[in-house]
Design a protein around this ligand. Sequence first.
Ligand code: CA
Length: 237
Amino acid sequence: MSGYKREAKMSDENRKRVVVVEDDILLNKALCKAFTNDGYIAQGVSSVKEGLAAFREGAALMVVDIGLPDGEGFSLCRQVRESGGTPVIFLTARDDEMDMIRAFDCGADDYLVKPFSMAVLLKHVQAVLRRTGGSELQEFDYENLHIDFARKRVLLCGEEARLTPKEYILLELLVRNRKRVVTKQMMLEQIWDAQGSYVEDNTVNVTLSRLRKKIEPDPYNPIYIKTVFGLGYTFGE
Ligand code: CA
């Protein structure tokens, strides 16, 4: 297994993080072990909620089961794809054509039916990463704003902007969806619901207005986070 040893020596920085969302605990463990042995950093979780939270911490690829205790993998896939380029591979016992079509309709990159061979799954993962790899934004610049996604740091004119975790996640969500409108519903689902936090009606507004005060030269005339009246918010132009 010299290949394994070589891969295992890679520093964490070079290893891609794979999130496995599977409620069959034995299978989940086996998958994580196979990914780790193949040189990835693997994180196993077993629900839609945990999957979203793990995705928020950064993932190069998600492997997702359809039937999960708190919902279907489809909704997780949709939310992952709405917030960026992270590829999703479905792994499921369902071989129904309609399920496959639904999976691709909500943004899946690949679909494997159980039982499957671990070696074949690893090849599918490699192929998907090769096709989509590098599409994930690492750093972002716009006007005087600089974001380093790996370090979760935001600089304004070269000075660190001290954002709370929620403010940072909100900004990242807007930037990763720039040129699109992000609705308050999306913010609630992807930031607050994903972490199981209790939300008051006004929470999104309060967080947005604090974020604007920290990054906008004039919060009442924003250049970064713009309001699209009646719909939501958009980043930049
Ligand atoms: Ca399941």
